[in-house]
Design a protein around this ligand. Structure first.
Ligand code: NAD
Length: 258
């Protein structure tokens, strides 16, 4: 991966050193160094296997038992169960310790921000979490480990134990509505930000990508950290093209200096 532009990095550092309310918007790219593949990066799940997109769509999941069985089988060995936070997640913790972190709005479902030690109250999981399962019919929510144990014990598509409904991970699939209070909070903190840093996302999934133009329209400076171009580069004040594990520690070090 190319080395980050020093001049642009220093510009972003100076924005951050003067900031009091920094919102960090994270996508799948922040977790690739932890061994969890993204969707659309060069080694992304969808880049390598475009058919995999179908399994992420709620209508296929609800209508096709084979899609559900395949999803549960794959989930048994998901990389996220054994993943640890990396330098990118830990850099956000440094920002929090300097009292500048207003919120982390994450598209990720892996729980690695909380595992890194970020205050769970500051983490807004707009696409849910894989650490719980939920019944589609009655909403019964359980630890994912409990539901996965039923799969391991031989039930390939475990139904809700309360109402018999279809159970899925407590994540937002494509085609599924977001939780209004959660996405509303993400938008609100974005409006309150004085700097918004978008990390490891193509910024192509809506409505969460709208946090970026919303923050900008309310006067925030926008910094984008990503290896590849994103849909929002055109409105960013600084685009840092490079490795997240390399760039974020430099960006979020105490006082914004290296
Ligand atoms: P995406 O897959 O669309 O884009 C990820 C971006 O990160 C790519 O542009 C890629 O080049 C960049 N990237 C990857 N590793 C990087 C690194 N080490 N340094 C710098 N850049 C790097 O991701 P998205 O925009 O978050 O959209 C994917 C959707 O799928 C999200 O809505 C999310 O909910 C879900 N998802 C989550 C996880 C997870 O929880 N870890 C993993 C895959 C997908």
């Amino acid at each position: 991966m190319e080395a980050v532009d020093r001049g642009q990095l220093e510009l972003a550092q100076s924005m951050l050193s003067g900031a009091q309310r920094v919102v960090v918007l994270t996508g799948a790219g922040i977790s690739t160094d932890s061994g969890i593949p993204d969707f659309r990066g060069p080694n992304g799940v969808w880049t390598k296997n475009p058919g995999a997109e179908k399994a992420s769509n709620i209508s296929y999941y609800l209508s096709d038992p084979d899609v559900r069985r395949a999803a549960w089988r794959a989930r048994l060995d998901a990389a996220a169960w054994s993943a640890s936070p990396n330098r990118g997640h830990l850099a956000i913790l440094d920002l929090e310790r300097s009292s500048r972190l207003h919120a982390v709005v994450t598209q990720n479902i892996d729980g690695l921000h909380q595992q890194a030690g970020t205050d769970p109250d500051l983490v807004i999981e707009v696409h849910g979490t894989i650490w719980f399962s939920r019944c589609w019919e009655c909403g019964d929510r359980r630890q994912m480990s409990e539901t996965l144990q039923r799969v391991r014990d031989g039930d390939p598509d475990p139904a809700c134990e309360l109402c018999g409904g279809i159970v899925k991970s407590d994540t937002i699939s494509f085609g599924q509505s977001l939780i209004p209070e959660v996405i509303d909070r993400a938008m609100r903190v974005s409006e309150e930000a004085d700097v918004l840093v978008a990390v490891g996302s193509t910024l192509s999934v809506y409505p969460v990508a709208n946090c970026v133009p919303l923050a900008k329209s309310r006067g925030a400076q926008v910094v984008i950290v990503n290896a590849e171009p994103t849909e929002m580069d055109g409105i960013a004040d600084v685009v840092l093209r490079g490795s997240i594990g390399d760039v974020l520690p430099q960006l979020f070090a105490q006082g914004g200096n290296t």
